[in-house]
Design a protein around this ligand. Structure first.
Ligand code: KG4
Ligand code: ZN
Length: 412
């Protein structure tokens, strides 16, 4: 089965092509463009700009990924003002109102290239920024109509979960053409700790496609807290990875930690989280220090604060995860989402789980947003999940608040 996948939920535009056969996955093509430079000046993702950048980038990335997969061939006789071209323009008429930029890129692509040897298209339908999600969905819809292949709507968070099952069979981690992976078996029930810029959740996985949320953040997500602390420390967006680096530098410096930050909801007795309090505590701490010394934070003070923050943020995640492992008797823990790239979370969790527990992290390059994860979720859903996920393209829609328990499509 060959799947073309599309991810545009936030600030990364991704197109991948995978070949899936039983437990073997080959990444035939993968193209990803980040919008970090565009949003850095605003300190966060600006939805209208995200939409425009996705619409600009998606067709060049489609060309790039299909070329890498060696699946792109030109049409022998270019379409003229004949029936075929009329049909194509009719098919794409739905883009006329809101996606004129996208259409301007799609038409020349579709009149130049033949339908590639692809079986279906997987696209992220939520959660995320709706204007951004729509670009991916409308691209999927256009390709589906013109090429006559189905679309599988995919939940972004489910992508983060299932991509952790990829086991690298290659010697290097480079994102090269025709990388081969094996899909690990998932033992149910499994537990997923989902940690990203928009989510902090503990989810029980009872079977493929069967998710039960047991806890979630009551306010900010942990990745969002990393990004906000970064801003307070003067680190540019998205600051999560940099805050983590500062913390690491402090840990290895041997200096004594002088700051303790609160661990919100650590003893709440449930699996919910809260991250807005730690962020505010950091803000007050920085204000107190800089007022007392009448000068900005020194480098070592920044590292100390980053470390105190990371210790507090990660301790709550790890302790609640350990408690859930105990209560639900899960032997496999999946850590998914951008914050799964965090080295301290990886080492602490791996060290603290019971010996019989397997912890699955995504490969580093698949931790943050990407489209490979969307293709993997589509394959596992169509192959192992109980219900078919293929929907009529006219019913496809962006769903900003889609929950992992709803899969890629909310029926209401
Ligand atoms: O999953 P993702 O790429 O996008 C969303 O769906 O939100 O996650 C991005 C989030 C950002 O908040 C970013 O700062 C955080 O993941 N992040 C990290 C690290 N790498 C990315 N946070 C802490 N440590 C990291 N190494
Ligand atoms: Zn994500």
């Amino acid at each position: 089965m060959r799947i073309l996948s599309i991810e545009t939920s936030c600030d990364e535009t991704g197109i991948s092509i995978i070949e899936a056969s039983d437990k073997t996955i080959t990444i035939l093509g993968n193209a990803l463009a980040s919008q970090i430079d565009i949003h850095a000046q605003y300190g966060g993702v600006f939805p209208a700009l995200a939409k425009r950048a996705h619409a600009e980038k998606i067709v060049p990335l489609l060309t790039q990924a299909l070329t890498e997969a060696q699946l792109l061939e030109k049409i022998d006789t270019p379409l003229n003002t004949n029936l075929e071209e009329t049909k194509l323009l009719n098919d794409l008429a739905f883009l006329d109102q809101k996606e004129t930029d996208l259409k301007a890129h799609l038409v020349p692509f579709l009149v130049t290239y033949q339908k590639p040897a692809i079986d279906c298209i997987a696209v992220t339908t939520g959660p995320g920024l709706e204007p951004a999600l729509w670009v991916g969905i409308n691209t999927a819809k256009a390709l589906s109509l013109v090429w006559g292949i189905p679309v599988i709507p995919i939940n972004h968070m489910e992508g983060h979960v299932l991509v952790t099952l990829l086991k690298n069979n290659n010697e290097t981690n480079n994102i090269h053409h025709a990388q081969q992976y094996t899909l690990q078996e998932l033992q149910f029930p499994a537990l997923a700790l989902l940690v990203s810029g928009g989510h902090t959740e503990l989810v029980l996985i009872e079977d493929y496609g069967v998710y039960k949320k047991i806890g979630q953040t009551q306010d900010d997500a942990v990745g969002e807290a990393f990004d906000k602390v970064a801003r307070v420390l003067g680190v540019p967006y998205p600051g999560g990875p940099m805050v983590s680096k500062l913390a690491e530098t402090f840990r290895s410096s041997g200096f004594a930690q002088e700051i303790t930050l609160p661990r919100p909801m650590l003893h709440s007795g449930d699996y919910n989280f809260s991250y807005s309090g730690i962020k505010t505590a950091v803000l007050y701490k920085v204000r107190d220090i800089t007022e007392a010394q009448q000068s900005p934070l020194t480098d070592i003070q920044k590292q100390m604060i980053a470390c105190a923050f990371e210790d507090a943020a990660i301790e709550v995640l790890v302790k609640k995860t350990l408690r859930a492992i105990d209560e639900y008797h899960t032997q496999t823990i999946i850590v998914g989402g951008g914050v799964a790239a965090n080295t301290y979370l990886r080492s602490t969790l791996a060290q603290k789980v019971p010996q019989t527990t397997t912890v699955l992290f995504p490969e580093h390059w698949l931790s943050t947003d990407n489209s490979v994860m969307i293709a993997i979720a589509a394959y596992l859903n169509t192959t192992y999940a109980k219900q078919s996920n293929i929907v009529d393209t006219s019913n496809l829609r962006a769903d900003g608040n889609l929950s992992i328990t709803e899969g890629g499509f909310r029926n209401n």
